[in-house]
Ligand binder design. Sequence first.
Ligand code: MN
Length: 203
Amino acid sequence: MSYILKDLPYAYSALEPYIDEQTMRIHHDKHHQGYVNNLNAIVEKHPSFFEGKEIEEVLKNIDTLPEDIRSIVKNNGGGHANHTLFWEGLSEEKQAVEGEVIDAIIKTFTSFEAFKEAFAKAATTRFGSGWAWLVLQGDTLEIVSTANQDSPLSDGKIPLLALDVWEHAYYLKYQNLRGDYITAFWNIVNWQEVNRRYLQYKK
Ligand code: MN
């Protein structure tokens, strides 16, 4: 068996001007494909650990993998799962900020603006490469950030919304201005998908 990189659910240029076409092409076709290829190389050598398992299930149980392949699966399996979530969480059309997940966000963080500020802070202060997340732990919403390609699934949390803050995600357009990229992100969040995940996974 092997894991497959799906096409983007929109054109490479669909997120312009917030994320540029060239970044999307390199990010999806080179970076994400690279994670999938590296993951499949491990799957080929150790098929029994992966047979019939979605990558999300593997990441949830990362501690059960033999130590000598755990890091490479964490990095590349995480890279595959994280990017899949990221693409699905973006929308080419500006979406209404509504749905049960928005009600829950306002209840948890006191206001939508306060949520955005806290999320942006998690994304800005992640040192080096990593991700900012809105996650569910049980039925509680939390903002977390992870280093490298670490997945919240490995910490027992369900990711609802992902923001990639590796430089490869924004450097061509924004250079060192990670904050501007984070501000732009709010224009392309797929709230329908975030809400769908929330309804699927909340207890
Ligand atoms: Mn990335």
